[in-house]
Write a protein that binds this ligand. Structure first.
Ligand code: NAD
Ligand code: GLY
Length: 349
């Protein structure tokens, strides 16, 4: 049975989570004047038919991977919508991972000054994070996600059955964001994740549905309070400033994002303990054990060993300066005080 989470932004929307719910795309989009689907070349052969949308729906297939988050691809997608003569009451369906979701969201917010879009996320990372909250973007030569908008989707259909075909490293990447959300949510969420860790690794659909629902509920609560990341939403960046620094040094694409974030969480805990922000010292050990149970690196040393890398702390700090969440050249961190409570905007001094 599908679970449902309401994201009470303005406008509000429903996230449905469950097995086999891709086929609800037809019902969810039936009131629009026209439908186009944006997907990538890996996902199209696997799940396009499962949407059950009419054959006349315009299908736009872009190359898989981060390179499709570019102005060049964005322009091509916009042009395809225009040639199809879709009007302002049309809807764009995003079928794929976070790359497709971000590109579709930006396309939808620009086409004719804004049409609706429906997210059908097919990676764990997109189901627990990217498909909810309305951040859209393409990359610039100067950095990732530097050109984007906030545009909430009209609905999200997270079909856990699609995760069966996800390559192992992409699945692990999603687990990094699941770990992050449990730490942000608090002790009960950590206990629930500890219990579900073996089921998640086995891609058991009940464990997946439970944890995806927990992540989406938490993110929905935060995004409803702070849709444009003026304050509390910043907590979602736990582990990310360190993680982005690691990804930058390794070369983007070498270490999956969520795996770098897992090591980044280890660094954030270590730093929080060192500067006296952490008021629950046992959390360090607990998160390390949970990382191990999820087969994620719990520290920079574990990540270095896994990827045969050596990352000097000075180089890491230097690459963290490039993070777009910084103001000026000051590095802003989210650090844990205890499970469920973060300190925002701590300057790395
Ligand atoms: P992705 O979209 O590149 O997908 C990863 C790979 O898996 C691709 O090769 C894709 O073709 C393939 N794939 C997708 N679903 C599959 C399936 N079910 N079976 C087999 N293969 C499948 O990567 P991602 O990790 O989903 O997303 C990363 C992107 O998300 C980044 O660009 C990041 O900036 C963005 N992001 C956005 C937000 C947000 O709030 N908007 C949050 C986090 C990340
Ligand atoms: N992925 C972080 C956010 O949506 O704010």
């Amino acid at each position: 049975m599908a679970q449902s989470v309401q994201v009470t932004t303005s406008p509000s929307y429903e996230v449905r989570i469950g097995e086999g719910i891709l086929s609800q795309a037809e019902q969810v989009t039936s009131s629009y004047s026209g439908v186009a689907i944006l997907t990538d070349e890996n996902v199209a052969p696997l799940y396009l038919q499962g949407l059950g949308l009419p054959a006349e729906a315009e299908t736009i297939v872009v190359p898989a991977g981060e390179s499709s988050k570019s102005f060049e691809v964005l322009e091509k997608v916009l042009e395809r919508l225009a040639r199809q003569r879709l009007d302002r009451e049309a809807c764009l369906v995003a079928l794929g991972g976070g790359v497709i979701g971000d590109l579709a969201g930006l396309t939808a917010s620009l086409y004719k000054r804004g049409i609706n879009f429906v997210q059908c996320p097919t990676t764990l990372l997109a189901q627990v994070d990217a498909s909810v909250g309305g951040k859209t973007a393409v990359n610039l030569p100067s950095g990732k996600n530097l050109a984007g908008t906030f545009q909430q989707p009209a609905a999200v259909l997270a079909d856990v059955a699609t995760l069966a075909s996800l390559p192992a490293h992409e699945f692990e990447s999603g687990l990094g964001e699941v770990l992050k959300t449990a730490i942000l949510s608090g002790p009960e969420a950590l206990s629930s994740l500890e219990t579900d860790a073996p089921g998640l690794l086995a891609r058991d659909s009940q464990a997946l549905s439970r944890q995806i629902e927990a992540c989406v509920s938490f993110k929905a609560h935060i995004v409803a309070q702070d849709p444009r990341e003026a304050g509390p939403r910043k907590c979602l960046n736990l582990g990310h400033t360190f993680g982005h620094g690691i990804e930058h040094i390794a070369g983007f694409g070498v270490i999956p994002h969520g795996i770098a974030v897992a090591a980044g969480i280890g660094l954030a805990l270590e730093h929080a303990a060192t500067i006296g922000v952490l008021e629950e010292p046992d959390l360090v050990e607990r998160v390390q054990q949970l990382s191990a149970a999820l087969e994620l690196p719990g520290s920079l040393a574990e990540l270095e060993a896994r990827y045969h890398l050596s990352i000097a702390r000075e180089d890491l700090v230097e690459s963290m300066r490039a993070d777009k969440k910084n103001r000026g050249d000051k590095i802003h961190l989210v650090l844990p005080v205890r499970a469920g409570e973060m300190k925002l905007d701590v300057i790395l001094g």
